[in-house]
Design a protein around this ligand. Sequence first.
Ligand SMILES: *[C@@H]1O[C@H](CO)[C@@H](O)[C@H](O)[C@H]1NC(C)=O
Ligand SMILES: *[C@@H]1O[C@H](CO)[C@@H](O)[C@H](O)[C@H]1NC(C)=O
Ligand SMILES: *[C@@H]1O[C@H](CO)[C@@H](O)[C@H](O)[C@H]1NC(C)=O
Ligand SMILES: *[C@@H]1O[C@H](CO)[C@@H](O)[C@H](O)[C@H]1NC(C)=O
Ligand SMILES: [Cu+2]
Length: 196
Amino acid sequence: MEKVLAMATGLVALLLVAGAGPAEGAVYKVGDSAGWTIMGSPNYTAWAASKTFHVGDTIVFEYNNSFHNVLEVTKAEYNACNASSPIATYATGNDSITIKTKGHHYFLCGFPGHCTIGQKVDIYIPKSSSAAPSTSPAAAPSPSSGSSSSSSGTGGIPTPAAAPRPSAGTKPVPQAFALVLAVFSFVAVAGGLVRQ
Ligand SMILES: *[C@@H]1O[C@H](CO)[C@@H](O)[C@H](O)[C@H]1NC(C)=O
Ligand SMILES: *[C@@H]1O[C@H](CO)[C@@H](O)[C@H](O)[C@H]1NC(C)=O
Ligand SMILES: *[C@@H]1O[C@H](CO)[C@@H](O)[C@H](O)[C@H]1NC(C)=O
Ligand SMILES: *[C@@H]1O[C@H](CO)[C@@H](O)[C@H](O)[C@H]1NC(C)=O
Ligand SMILES: [Cu+2]
């Protein structure tokens, strides 16, 4: 009986690991159809305000890299349109950037004059975003969450991980949980076989 439970748990856990793929973050093209440009003077502040970003979402900058680039900068540099010492530089013309932390993420075009006339965007994820998980998805798995996973695993019923949330930020947690569960279950099965 214990063996069957453990095997069933392991199967569920493996399905969760395999099925965690589709629950990825949303992808937003900056400026939507306009892309990353100064043509038509898109209002990127208004564009960003129309979205609700979450940790794990990806923003895509599409542009002709003969005329534009993407620089991640500090708040002060963003406000001043100062492109002299960016945190990161992107220049492929098709740059996908996954937002891994809460707070502000400031981007501007480093071509002369472009930022000043509005080619800048602040991707902001409120600290209060996705209040459900108490542990930050961006943080490394903590020892406490690991032990709670294995102790709940003794019951053989994977309750919390069974309902994947739409929010991408929670993805790594159930995936890690399911992996722990799978390993635990197979160990349990192996142990049961030895005892028989
Ligand atoms: C862009 O949109 C924001 C938010 O809607 C607004 O406050 C701002 O005045 C707009 N900027 C321009 C240049 O129209
Ligand atoms: C960028 O613009 C230049 C000049 O208009 C053009 O020759 C080039 O093909 C464009 N590149 C892309 C990738 O669209
Ligand atoms: C731009 O930023 C750099 C580095 O933060 C700083 O040294 C420089 O004085 C700034 N330039 C202007 C015009 O504010
Ligand atoms: C940008 O890259 C994505 C995938 O990485 C691709 O689907 C898309 O067609 C690309 N866009 C351009 C304009 O190359
Ligand atoms: Cu530009």
